[in-house]
Design a binder for this molecule. Structure first.
Ligand SMILES: N[C@@H](CCC(=O)N[C@@H](CS)C(=O)NCC(=O)O)C(=O)O
Length: 237
């Protein structure tokens, strides 16, 4: 049990102290929702492996009474399993499935495009000692100079906002996003089950998603080392 109601939290911030990481940000909210105080281990993009004593190349990471827990989803599951009497993060497993779906959609239409619109700007507000690493690793990710990637964002930003219409639509009628019974099973919602793929239709699923922070769970260094080598432009073992 968390001693003194406190959980150690490995942060990732820019030089001004705010985080740009959706994983880190969401996990801070999750810990506060469960009512914990945070013993924050500060830091930026470099030195994560050293800060976490060799346990992880990625954050968020928590340590609860000596137990290391990795990955934002892993942390959510751990907190609900370990502290079921505190407010639940995932009160029903249908909420987990719906949240995964919303998360994946939101990354595709908003988080990813926003990041690409501000990739050089966010590097510029990172700690000085992180900037070179962010430039190199993110240029590998986006395939060009960060300054070039964010060019023309004035034209792209309004389109991102327009893509969020499904959220606005839901929030016109509901105070919160969520529900019970499973997406598509509520009376009045269209039946999304039984979708059939006809010959010649495009594949309905991306069967080989890029293994990155959104699709792949951080279970320790072995799970992220190939991606890290790629991000650092190194040949993979
Ligand atoms: N699946 C992981 C993804 C975590 C992740 O990718 N974190 C990024 C920050 S957004 C990170 O630690 N990056 C370090 C780096 O770029 O070297 C989770 O949900 O916790």
């Amino acid at each position: 049990m968390a001693k003194d109601n406190t959980i150690r939290f490995f942060d990732l911030t820019m030089a001004h102290g705010a985080t740009t990481s959706p994983f880190v940000w969401a996990t801070k909210f999750a810990l506060k929702h469960k009512g914990f105080d945070l013993d924050v281990v500060p830091g930026g993009f470099t030195g994560i492996l050293e800060r976490t004593e060799g346990n992880s190349e990625r954050v968020p990471v928590i340590v609860d009474d000596g137990k290391w827990v990795l990955d934002s989803w892993g942390i959510v599951e751990y907190l609900d399993e370990t502290y079921p009497d505190r407010p639940l993060l995932i009160p029903h497993k249908s909420v987990a499935a719906t949240t995964r779906a919303l998360d994946a959609w939101f990354w595709r239409v908003a988080t990813g495009p926003w990041m690409r619109c501000f990739c050089a700007d966010y590097r510029d507000v990172a700690f000085d000692h992180d900037q070179d690493y962010i430039t190199k690793s993110r240029e590998v990710m986006v395939g060009m100079k960060l300054e070039d990637k964010q060019k023309g964002r004035e034209d792209r930003l309004p389109l991102i906002s327009a893509e969020l219409e499904p959220l606005r639509m839901a929030l016109r009628d509901f105070q919160w996003l969520g529900g019970y019974g499973g997406l598509g099973r509520h009376p009045g919602l269209s039946n999304i089950f039984g979708l059939e793929q006809r010959p010649g239709d495009p594949d309905l699923f991306n069967r080989n998603p890029v293994a990155n922070g959104l699709t792949k769970r951080n279970t320790g260094v072995a799970s992220t080392s190939a991606e890290s080598a790629r991000m650092q432009g190194k040949a993979q073992a």
